[in-house]
Design a binder for this molecule. Structure first.
Ligand SMILES: [Fe+2]
Length: 179
């Protein structure tokens, strides 16, 4: 379950209380049950997946993509698998740890592991949302945010796209004040 940390150090838990903080930013957070069964557990817990295994895992959550495609016109999805031994992980994460936005929504369904999305509220305060297995998040286009991983950087997440061209970071000068 997600957890939100505010800039004053306080922590917000519970889906409804977290949603109340995210709603003014247009950020949607939902909890989607994970695929079940022995094979799903194998795929979810493996550190590394082959391309075939990634496709297999995507297939287990394909109904989510079909629903997003029907509701909102999503065109593509892929699975990212990040772990501490992945070559180039530091450089990949550095692209997203500075304040940025995208011209398209950033839509993720976390299947395993965890990560942190940072946001800037209307008043300029910042907050950090921990997302973990089972969390679906939609960060709307042009919303300032950043993304970091914890000390044990491991995550498997499905990325959904309406248009891959819209999903590059556009950096803003706002300094990140929360880590
Ligand atoms: Fe982003």
């Amino acid at each position: 379950m997600a957890e939100l940390r505010l800039q004053d150090g306080s922590r917000v838990t519970g889906p409804e209380r977290i949603a109340a903080h995210l709603a003014p930013l247009g950020v949607t957070l939902r909890h989607w049950p994970l695929p079940e069964g022995a094979r799903a557990r194998e795929l979810l817990t493996a550190q590394v997946l082959t391309d075939l295994e990634k496709d297999e895992l995507l297939g287990l959550v394909e109904h989510r993509f079909e629903a997003l495609r029907a509701e909102s016109g999503y065109q593509a999805r892929d699975l990212i698998v990040l772990h501490e031994e992945l070559p180039g992980l530091g450089e990949a994460l550095a692209k997203f740890s500075a304040m940025h936005y995208h011209d398209d929504d950033e839509v993720r369904y976390v299947l395993a592991g965890a990560g942190y999305f940072g946001f800037v509220t209307e008043s300029g305060a910042q907050m950090l949302l921990r997302v973990e297995a089972g969390d679906y998040i939609n960060v709307p286009a042009r919303a300032e945010h950043w993304f970091v991983m914890g000390d044990a950087p491991r995550i498997k997440a499905v990325r959904y796209f309406t248009d891959k061209a819209g999903w590059v970071p556009v950096y803003t000068p706002t300094p990140v004040a929360l880590a």
